[in-house]
Design a protein around this ligand. Structure first.
Ligand code: ZN
Length: 343
């Protein structure tokens, strides 16, 4: 089968012919129907130093995926051939302290699908049964491919509550756009969307027409938000840009006792005034690295069922897997929303 493989520490990836994966007793084999490019895939593409320690080489990339089950292992009980599933790419062991106390996301023996074991930028992929999220018949494969990043956005938003709160979302890349749509649908009183790329700000407006749009290149985000909130700041800041300046601004506009969710891939250390920005404010700082398994998947399902938020418009481009180079280049340009690849 064709697969997009990271073969070495050097920058780049290769489209290769590889064997179709064999599955174990508790695995399923999916025929991949749709996959999406994540920001982390771009870091891997370039062999960014902050991410290479998380990879086992060689590896087939791709962890945002939806596929049809075409083969099941002997001990698989809950999934059958023909089922459409999405992948929870944080493969958890189920027996460690964290798994046994309901925190599978922080499993001590966590394995990352598409980074540490072969992923879904391929025609077929092996997925453990306990990391499959099963869909109803006729479910959209495109929607199935974006549930994973949508879950990150929803977890980042809902981890401390949103309803009745003012929220500033820093960065309107795909996850930022998901967050803005979700936050508006979940009952935030006021939403600020911050982004330097005008196209993405326009998309934020489409998803949440009432959101206050701020392009930090055009106006000072701290001044704008503080003025709009009577000098109090926002209850919740969600940092998704991975930009150092944005993170500092997010802390500045945070209300006292406010909550900041740090979701953006900020690779490397940054300087912070912890006393002034966190302690004196009694700020709640939360790191976000995935979804609560499986609570967030249910929350996303319920959110979509309300009909108040349609995430599909966040998908702006679709490419065959063979055109990966073009797709990655576009993803990196910052001009696109979510980009899907089809093997
Ligand atoms: Zn575990």
């Amino acid at each position: 089968m064709k697969a997009l493989v990271k073969t070495s520490e050097a920058p780049g990836v290769e489209l290769k012919d590889v064997d179709i994966p064999t599955i174990g007793h508790k695995d399923v084999l999916i025929k991949v129907k749709a996959t999406a490019i994540c920001g982390s895939d771009i870091h891997v593409f370039h062999s960014s130093p902050g991410i290479m320690h998380m990879i086992n080489l060689p590896v087939i990339l791709g962890h945002e995926a939806c596929g049809e089950v075409v083969e099941i292992g002997d001990y698989v009980t809950n999934i059958k051939k023909g089922d459409m599933i999405s992948v929870e790419p944080h493969l958890f062991c189920g027996v460690c302290y964290y798994c046994q106390t309901g925190a599978q996301l922080n499993c001590k023996n966590l394995t990352l699908f598409g980074l540490q074991i072969d992923g879904a930028f391929a025609e077929y992929a092996r997925v453990p049964e306990n990391c499959c999220w099963k869909h109803s018949e006729g479910y959209s494969a495109d929607l199935g491919a974006i549930l994973e990043p949508l879950g990150v956005a929803v977890h980042g938003a809902l981890v401390g509550g949103i309803n009745g709160k003012s929220v500033a979302v820093f960065g309107c890349g795909p996850i930022g756009l998901f967050a803005i749509g979700a936050v508006a649908a979940l009952g935030a009183t006021r939403t600020f969307a911050l982004e330097v790329v005008p196209k993405r700000l326009a998309m934020a407006h489409q998803l949440a027409p009432d959101a206050i749009l701020i392009n930090p290149k055009e106006r000072d985000p701290v001044k704008t938000i503080m003025e709009a909130t009577d000098g109090l700041g926002v209850d919740v800041a969600i940092e998704l840009s991975g930009n150092v300046e944005a993170m500092k601004q997010a802390l500045k506009v945070l209300k006292r006792e406010g909550r900041i969710s740090l979701v953006g891939g900020l690779l490397g250390p940054i300087e912070l005034d912890i006393h002034k920005d966190l302690i004196l404010k009694e700020a709640r700082v939360l790191g976000i690295f995935g979804r609560v398994i499986w609570q967030t998947w249910w929350q996303v399902r319920d959110l979509l069922a309300t009909g108040k938020f349609d995430p599909l418009p966040v998908i702006t481009h679709r490419f065959p897997l063979a055109d990966f180079a073009k797709a990655f280049e576009l993803a990196e340009s910052g001009e696109a929303g979510k980009i899907l690849l089809y093997p």
